[in-house]
Ligand binder design. Structure first.
Ligand code: SF4
Length: 488
């Protein structure tokens, strides 16, 4: 991770501060610079149907778009990753694709290759084999359902992990698939590496079970409506679900999770979606319920004028807020300037509230993206003081069996082995009878390649990958069994 950029001394002299704030002007990159979109009109670009129909889903389509501007070695690198490492299938809407290499003018065969390799959005949306680590590509404690959400399902897809809030996974698809997706166990199509879990229940039955749980559980006041991405749910069905949730007396907060606000903002600009959201916001206001959109942006280049327009459209419906929950990723944003650039682009340019940055979870093949807790603490230190307090993002670690903790909240830290220890102040839904739940410490693991030599040696002797792969498979199987039991 880079904490001090190469330009630091120049910038410090020029601006007197480690981070030189400048007003942000959002720019929509010119999509016609890509050969495959040379003739695409503004009207087509604004159409959500056109965007969905022209997503880049495989190497062939990427070749058709980029042609020989990108060297063959990149395509081969990508093909190898898809065959041997990728936990998510490829799905990149044109809107997202267009935010890659935005400032490089194509200059002939191969001219975009290096820029594409280096691009921060490409790094997490189109991972290639050479991005991944070959020493420790997965942490020995990495698992498919690293947060054990399935173990905490109280109805199929309804995770009750915190005392007053639940996560409702309505559907297992998104308009875009991120390479580092935490819910890689469930979300998206199966890949050669990961066979995805499938919901057992019918969608209407699952939704009925979720509503029924909310009705009989007055301690829950907050519902995160997620997936997948709610933008992939037909609006009428999503609105029906939201109206049913709004009828539950105890609910006070509803948060809609959609990366599509960034990846496919055209969806949220549709007339029927805007009108529907206005109906939901009107009922929510009458009932004293806060409805907010939570989106997921990891780099300032993603924040373009059409993203700002879609955000404005949503705020105009009367919902309370639009907030960002990014993921801290090496090669993308694990740098104080990149984080602050993103936060200011969100806040100044698009009226999106910087809220959280999650540390990347311990899923298989994510080690090249993950940063250590110590680096996350340093990043938190470096971003303090520039943004208004209410818009200063918290960097959080989602500790298995604990939940979100601010990165400075750890109870103990073995820096040599990269093991941090965390405590908690509530029981999850599977710990009602666990008398020790609030006494014990829970572990989170730094990437092994970031450790000092003695720590790396310890893991070489104690962290056998074969065993851990088995463990991951066993845990996934246990999750599946739990899910099936709960569904019936
Ligand atoms: S949008 Fe969210 S749920 Fe969908 S693939 Fe990306 S991280 Fe996963």
């Amino acid at each position: 991770m880079t904490i001090h950029t190469a330009h630091d001394s120049v910038i410090r002299e020029a601006a007197g501060q480690p981070y030189p704030y400048r007003a942000t002007e959002l720019v929509e990159p010119d999509w016609t610079r890509f050969p495959g979109w040379r003739d695409v009109t503004a009207a087509e670009w604004a159409s959500v149907q056109w965007q969905r129909a022209h997503c880049v889903k495989n190497v062939r389509q990427l070749r058709e778009l980029m042609g020989d501007l990108v060297d063959e070695r990149f395509y081969l690198d990508l093909e190898r990753d898809q065959a041997e490492r990728a936990t998510m299938s490829m799905l990149v809407p044109p809107q997202m694709m267009n935010t890659m290499v935005p400032h490089v003018v194509p200059g002939g065969p191969g001219s975009l290759t290096e820029a594409l390799y280096a691009d921060p959005i490409r790094h997490y949306m189109i991972p290639v084999f050479s991005d991944r680590r070959t020493d420790w590509s997965s942490h020995p404690h990495a698992t498919r359902d690293s947060l054990h959400e399935h173990d905490m399902w109280v109805a199929e897809g309804l995770t009750h992990r915190y005392p007053t809030k639940v996560l409702a996974e309505l559907l297992p698809t998104c308009p875009q698939y991120c390479g580092h997706c935490t819910r890689m166990d469930l979300v998206g199509n199966s890949t050669p590496v990961i066979e995805k879990l499938k919901f057992a229940g019918k969608p209407n039955d699952r939704i009925g079970d979720m509503i029924s749980y909310l009705q009989r559980t007055p301690s829950v006041r907050d519902v995160v409506v997620s997936g997948g991405d709610v933008a992939n749910m037909p609006w009428a069905r999503l609105e029906d679900f939201l109206m049913r949730v709004l009828e539950v007396e105890n609910i006070r907060d509803i948060r809609l999770a959609t990366k599509a606000l960034i990846g496919l903002p055209q969806h949220w600009l549709q007339d029927d979606v805007r009108a529907g959201m206005e109906r939901v916001a009107t009922v929510a206001r009458r009932r004293g319920v806060s409805v907010a959109i939570h989106t997921h942006t990891n780099h300032a280049n993603s924040v373009t004028p059409i993203v700002a327009e879609a955000t404005r459209a949503m705020l105009d419906t009367g919902i309370r807020d639009v907030r960002n929950q990014g993921v801290l990723l090496n090669g993308v944003n694990a740098d104080p300037h990149a984080l602050l650039d993103l936060c200011f682009a969100l806040l100044d340019g698009a009226q999106i509230m910087p809220y959280y940055f999650y540390m990347c979870d311990m899923i298989p093949y994510s080690e090249h993206w993950r940063v250590s807790v110590a680096d996350a603490q340093r990043l938190q230190h470096h971003v303090m003081g520039y943004l208004p307090g209410f818009a200063t993002p918290r960097i959080v670690c989602d500790v298995p069996f604990v939940g979100k903790r601010w990165v400075h909240q750890l109870a103990d830290y073995d820096h040599e082995r990269g093991i941090s220890y965390w405590t908690k102040n509530y029981r999850t839904s599977i710990e009602a009878a666990d008398t020790e739940a609030l006494e014990r410490t829970y572990e989170y693991y730094d990437p092994i390649h970031t450790l000092p030599a003695a720590g790396q040696q310890w893991w070489a002797e104690h962290g056998r990958l074969d065993e851990s792969a088995l463990k991951a498979a066993e845990m996934a199987e246990a999750s599946r069994r739990t899910a099936a039991l709960q569904a019936y």
